[in-house]
Design a protein around this ligand. Structure first.
Ligand SMILES: *Cc1c(COP(=O)(O)O)cnc(C)c1O
Length: 411
């Protein structure tokens, strides 16, 4: 008899965005003439930049010739891209990496979900709350998260990030945590971490033998020069942290699929007997067994982001989204809403007025203004009483949505 992995059955069967879609559809059926504007889902809207498109065309043409054709590539990614990453994302920040410490992937979701395979099933995990759901759900699937009650997993340590603590998570005191997931700039709150705060986490990890999984998917949105783009800007992080990058939000690669993971060679985890095992060869082994590389065309596309034209064009698109963010911040503030994030990240995190629940406010906004937001509680218990707006819309839609919200709020 084939027995099912019952851990899957513990997962909440409602995926947040499916729930939202259901409610929006119900609204549309009842109001067929109203057009709904979504400031909800975190997908980008602007097309790929010309430098990327040209690189993809070139790569496609190469593939059409006998000499230029590429079959299976290296599981770790092509050196042309790994070198471009070293030279552009790390060296200018004083970070020296070895090329074998970079693993190209098909997006950060895969690796943030898969990385937990490297650690024993009974490690404890800690997450900032609210958080990108992939971190917890991937641990649930292999039975590491325990059982769920009131949206909280028994083997997960939640570190609340709320307006009350300035969205700075407290380092866990009463319970040892083996693995901690951090994401900065943060999805969903749009908040960032300073070097001093991040240094506290690295020091905690080094002292307590904790592993940090650091998701830097939004680092390209940082404009404040004091905010770290990589955890390796902090001394000692090479010994305690794995870092994830993605071209999805950086350069509109949500449909192209490419990102990378850094697994430093100094990073180790212990066996039960106390022997230290380097994680870099383990991750390499895992990738060689379960992954056959990212497409050549995608990797050439990613490489093009690092050309002078590519850099400029990508920056312009990020600027476009951040103009939305600024407009959202100023409009929502002028309407009296309490809003956070949006300065170094494409997300606005808004406290609902009069402590309305996230889902209640979601419905009020949908039915009152025909605007879709994302209920904060969908990202974790501390997200209750908040909603998330994304800056990934077009200028037109964003402005239209804001004037609807204004009209509805002032009514
Ligand atoms: C969007 C996102 C990712 C990256 O997704 P991919 O498209 O798989 O690269 C990773 N982490 C967070 C927090 C995200 O919001």
């Amino acid at each position: 008899m084939a027995l099912v992995n019952e851990h899957f059955l513990k997962l909440p069967n409602n995926y947040l965005f499916a729930d939202i879609a259901k409610k929006v559809n119900a609204f549309k059926v009842m109001h067929p003439k109203t057009d709904v504007i979504s400031l909800g889902i975190g997908d980008v809207t602007q097309p790929l930049c010309p430098a990327v498109i040209e690189a993809m065309h070139r790569a496609t043409d190469e593939m059409a010739t006998r000499q230029g054709f590429r079959g299976y590539g290296p599981e770790q990614g092509y050196d042309f891209l790994r070198e471009a990453i070293l030279k552009n994302d790390f060296l200018p920040r004083g970070i020296h990496l070895d090329i074998d410490e970079i693993f190209i992937n098909d997006g950060a979701k895969s690796d943030t979900g898969n990385i937990q395979e490297l650690i024993r099933w009974d490690n404890s995990i800690g997450v900032t709350d609210p958080i990108y759901p992939v971190y917890i759900d991937s641990n649930v699937m292999i039975g590491r998260a325990g059982t769920v009650e009131d949206g909280r997993w028994s083997n997960v340590v939640y570190m609340p990030c709320t307006a009350e603590n300035g969205f700075v998570p407290q380092i866990p005191k009463d319970r040892h945590v083996d693995v901690i997931y951090l994401c900065y700039p943060n999805n969903p709150t749009g908040t960032v971490i300073t070097k001093q705060e991040l240094r506290k986490w690295v020091n905690y990890a080094l002292k307590n033998d904790t592993l940090i999984f650091y998701d830097a998917a939004y680092q390209a949105y940082i404009s404040d020069p004091e905010i770290p783009h990589s955890i390796y800007e902090i001394r000692g992080a090479r010994k305690c942290a794995i870092e994830f990058h993605s071209y999805s939000k950086t350069a509109g690669f949500t449909g192209v699929r490419c990102g990378y993971t850094i697994v430093p060679k100094d990073l180790t985890a212990a066996t039960l007997k106390g022997e230290r095992i380097p994680l870099n060869p383990l991750w390499n082994r895992r990738q060689c067994t379960k992954f056959n590389g990212t497409s050549y065309i995608s990797q050439r596309a990613a490489e093009a982001i690092y050309t002078p034209e590519g850099k400029e064009q990508v920056k312009a698109t990020i600027g476009y989204y951040m103009q939305n963010a600024q407009k959202m911040l100023s409009t929502l503030r002028s309407l009296g809403y309490e809003v956070y994030g949006g300065e170094n990240a494409p997300y606005i995190w808004m406290k609902t007025p009069s402590a309305t629940s996230s889902w209640k406010f979601f419905e009020q906004l949908l039915y009152g203004a025909s605007v879709v937001c994302t209920p904060g509680v969908g990202f974790g218990p501390s997200g209750e009483g908040y909603v998330r707006f994304t800056a990934f819309g077009t200028h037109e839609n964003t402005e239209d949505a804001l004037s609807r919200i204004a009209k509805w709020s002032i009514r």
